[in-house]
Design a protein around this ligand. Structure first.
Ligand SMILES: [Zn+2]
Length: 384
């Protein structure tokens, strides 16, 4: 057995576990029969890395932690409509990037997301201005809280040569993991390695996929079809239930007729049974379509609008997850506030339960009202 890229025979030293879909986007399916360690790390630090970078907003917002590292990508330079800068570290609640302390007419104003953060800022403040009368100041602190009313814009730029190569490699990995014959896919490998200057091997797919997703599903899907009668070997790939691609693996295919589908939900880490049907008119027909300028414009438009609607589905899901997290987080806070962190489940009295509920209601009330108002405003706007 040899590496499909450099042909070096596998040994115990150079063998490696190749992720068929890059780990950086939540891929878990692996094979040790594809790439040697060198080639694996070469692709990992180039095209796979670029692909993961392009989808890092999804990775952060959906909180997809990588298998080995527990870190989420940090999204920087997020901008609100009024021009305020934010950083998103935990995939949920953005932090403003500005000095948390500002001087006001009556003293200072400190912006913090919670009491803990407020105390940390106060500590830094004391260090900076030693000798000020902080005891007196702390007694005079006036607290107020408010919700951020502005939406934060997430920029996503999906596309480019490197992305198409990485998508081509996903299809190649999958085909070869099914013990497909390498001789049919040499041109695709040349394209992935940058030895072929043409973009006919991998395209963004134009036709809206006829696939239905479960309400909370966010999947990566690979559908591979080989047909010796038409000599075509084609893969249809959808990342994050959103961006779809056609990979033209071969047009001289003479292997067995085959059809495989792999669909992996990155939220549940489960494989999902999926019916996928797609139509590819063949490279020549596709190229003819691309060459017509009018169609080219329409095509760019179609890619944008299908990506946009798929992306808004994901962002809607993220909002739901944020809402659920907020409720859970508040519940935990209320329990800890009433019982302390080391409580014994067996000994919780009805009185304590009532206290917990009272604290929970008090904390969650303003959030629910805010959430309700926000949706009321949105639905008013759309009905006008
Ligand atoms: Zn190799």
């Amino acid at each position: 057995m040899t590496c499909y890229n450099c042909n070096v025979p596998f040994t115990t030293e150079n063998s490696s576990e190749e992720h068929i879909l890059p780990q950086g986007i939540g891929g878990r399916l692996t094979s040790t029969e594809l790439l040697c360690r060198n080639c694996n790390s070469k692709y990992g630090s180039t095209i796979d890395k670029d692909l993961s970078k392009q989808f890092e907003s999804f990775v952060a917002l959906l909180r997809l932690k990588r298998q080995r590292s527990k870190e989420l990508p940090i999204l920087k330079n997020l901008i609100s409509p009024s021009g305020k800068l934010f950083t998103l570290k935990d995939g949920r609640f953005p932090e403003p990037v500005h000095s948390p302390v500002t001087k006001t007419a009556n003293g200072y104003s400190i912006n913090a997301r919670n009491e803990e953060e407020f105390q940390a800022i106060l500590k830094g403040f004391k260090k900076k201005y030693p000798g000020s009368d902080f005891m007196e100041m702390e007694n005079k602190v006036e607290r107020s809280s408010s919700y951020m009313e502005e939406p934060i814009q997430i920029q996503m730029n999906v596309g480019g040569d490197s992305l198409l190569k990485a998508v081509g490699k996903i299809a190649l990995n999958y085909y070869l993991s099914k013990h497909g014959d390498r001789k049919y896919v040499t041109p695709l490998l040349d394209f992935i390695n940058g030895n072929l200057n043409n973009d006919e091997y991998v395209h963004h797919h134009l036709i809206e996929p006829s696939i239905s997703w479960n309400p909370r599903e966010v999947s990566h899907t690979i559908c591979l079809q080989g047909n010796p009668d038409t000599h075509t070997l084609v893969a249809y790939i959808i990342l994050f239930s959103s961006a779809s691609y056609i990979v033209n693996l071969s047009e001289t295919y003479a292997g067995p007729s085959c059809s495989y589908t792999y669909c992996y939900d990155v939220m549940t880490h489960q494989e999902v049974d999926k019916e996928v049907s797609f139509f590819y008119p063949g490279r020549t027909a596709y190229k003819t379509a691309i060459l017509t300028t009018k169609v080219k414009d329409e095509m760019a438009q179609a890619i944008r609008s299908s990506l946009k609607s798929a992306t808004s589905r994901i962002l809607g899901l993220v909002e739901l997850f944020q809402y659920e997290d907020k409720i859970e987080e508040t519940g935990v806070e209320a329990i800890i506030e009433v019982l302390g962190p080391n409580f014994d489940e067996e000994e919780i009295s009805n009185e304590s339960v009532n206290k917990i509920l009272a604290v929970f209601n008090q904390k969650i009330g303003p959030f629910l009202i805010h959430f309700f108002n926000k949706h009321k405003k949105l639905s008013n706007r759309s009905s006008q």
